[in-house]
Design a protein around this ligand. Structure first.
Ligand code: UDP
Length: 326
């Protein structure tokens, strides 16, 4: 039996699919603030899937045995965590603490989702796991970055002090089907704009870089890490780096739109460059990304093309207000 938190989110839902495929009984948990049941509705008919609507920042109870816990619950885009900063801090800290406690009681192995944001606006390029990072503790991204840094420290403490079997993945920019259209991240933002016939918004001059990994590659890396015996943090991402401007041009070509690129101010603390050094993952997990950006973006575009007109024009950012009123 495996527990996956953030199950209704982008990565969580793909992990549920993979674990079901591998023959596990999966309990998916989500408070549905930023996640959507649409991402997992195809799993509800399966005997080996259960869904718990729960906020992991509160005490987590799961009956029976648990072999693996994957903690993927968290807002994960800059506008999400700016909108719900306290929840973001709580899920990375209190939520992680609850799940580490649960793992201890169940004698389960736990893998926590960390992030390239622990490196902040990096002064070392590409980033490898020995780099300590360059993070603003009170900046626009601090609620996410510092929660994730705390999460890593807490997870290491449970490993060292309690001997818990822990795994830690540092996830770099990942894209694919089921990204939330309005989460403000660059891939759904550009896809939505292209499909609505709007100009693509570049923040800053667009010379900042990112390295985009297709979701299936990421899930494979995570699965291998879980089964490995390595407790330290491991970068998983695609090292192929591109500027945001070049990326926007690729999207215009892929979607066949005649729109322009328009420029908006660069948000503060937006990292200038980001590229994973995956030497460790290659050695340890015998893993490296297989899906190139052209193919991954084609598959992603197919997904976004399948959204209804109403979904494409949906302005609501996410359902937090609805959730909060209850
Ligand atoms: N970005 C952009 N236009 C948009 C959305 C994002 O130019 O409409 C830029 C953003 O400033 C950042 C990069 O794209 O430099 C990646 O943004 P995203 O939010 O996807 O991820 P992160 O900044 O966390 O890597």
């Amino acid at each position: 039996m495996s527990l996956i938190t953030g199950a209704a989110g982008f990565l969580g839902s793909h992990l549920c699919d993979r674990f079901i495929k591998e023959g596990y009984h999966v309990i998916g948990m989500d408070n549905l603030i930023t996640g959507s049941l649409k991402n997992i509705e195809h799993l509800f008919k399966l005997e080996h899937f259960e869904f718990y609507h729960h906020d992991v920042s509160k005490f987590v109870h799961v009956p029976g045995e648990l072999k693996y816990i994957l903690h993927f619950a968290s807002p994960a885009s800059p506008i999400d965590y700016e909108k719900i900063p306290i929840q973001t801090l709580k899920v990375g800290s209190l939520g992680t603490h609850n799940l580490l406690g649960l793992a201890r009681v169940k004698k389960a192995r736990i893998l926590v989702a960390s992030t390239s944001e622990v490196y902040g606006d990096p002064k070392v390029h590409p980033q490898n796991e020995t780099y300590w990072g360059h993070v603003n503790p009170v900046g626009k991204r601090s609620m996410y970055d510092e929660a994730k840094r705390f999460q890593e420290a807490m997870t290491m403490a449970y490993h060292n002090y309690h001997g818990l079997e822990t795994r830690m993945v540092r996830i770099f920019n990942t894209y694919g089907p089921r990204m939330r259209l309005n989460d403000g991240r660059v891939v759904p933002a550009f896809m939505g704009q292209a499909l609505r016939g709007e100009d693509l918004t570049i923040f800053g001059k667009g010379d900042q870089t990112r390295s985009f990994c297709y979701v299936d590659d990421l899930v494979e890396g995570i699965y291998r890490l879980l089964l490995s015996d390595y407790a330290g943090p491991v970068n998983v991402g695609n090292p192929k780096e591109i500027t945001i401007k070049q990326f926007a041009q690729e999207i215009l070509k892929l979607t066949g739109t005649k729109q322009k690129l328009i420029y908006k101010p660069l948000p503060s603390d937006d990292p200038i460059q980001r590229q994973p050094d995956i030497t460790l993952a290659k050695k340890l997990l015998k893993w490296q990304p297989k899906v190139d950006r052209a193919e991954g973006m084609r598959r992603t575009f197919e997904y976004f093309k399948g959204l209804s007109k109403a979904e494409l024009n949906e302005k609501e950012h996410f359902s937090f207000e609805k959730y909060a009123r209850k």
